[in-house]
Design a protein around this ligand. Structure first.
Ligand SMILES: [Zn+2]
Length: 137
């Protein structure tokens, strides 16, 4: 009478096959939407509910998307962007605590150089662009 029904887990696996599924952006969107929804309880603002609806919708869109290549590229760009923030923060902290070195930017390629803290004027060769310039410490 009834066709053989697949167990729920199998049907779910078939449904999710080839889809992007959860990734970093998905997690960020879901948690931001959740936080905004909680804030929305107290503020009762239309903008807030619109924001969390959009975030939630975008998260679901990413989860369901079959264009996995594009979603992965977006996710990688997102992660790299925040990693650069994190690394910038680490460098800032190291600059403040490192008493044996000074940090200077190469005037040619803007690369961050760590130089020994020796008083006087020195010629420095940038390891990235190989340009020699003078630095006063
Ligand atoms: Zn350079």
């Amino acid at each position: 009478m009834f066709g053989r029904r697949m167990p729920f887990r199998e049907r779910m696996a078939q449904f999710l096959y080839g889809r992007n599924g959860p990734d970093t952006i998905y997690n960020v969107c879901i948690w931001s939407a959740f936080a905004l929804a909680i804030l929305g309880i107290f503020t009762d603002s239309l903008l807030m509910s619109l924001a969390y609806t959009l975030l939630f919708g975008y998260a679901i869109f990413r989860f369901m998307s079959r264009n996995v290549t594009k979603r992965r590229a977006e996710n990688r760009a997102f992660c790299d962007f925040f990693a650069s923030f994190k690394n910038g923060f680490k460098l800032g902290k190291r600059k403040l605590t490192d008493r044996e070195h000074v940090y200077k930017k190469c005037p040619h390629c803007r690369a961050q150089l760590r130089l020994p803290r020796k008083k006087g004027e020195h010629d420095v060769c940038c390891p990235r662009c190989k340009v020699t310039f003078s630095v006063k410490i």
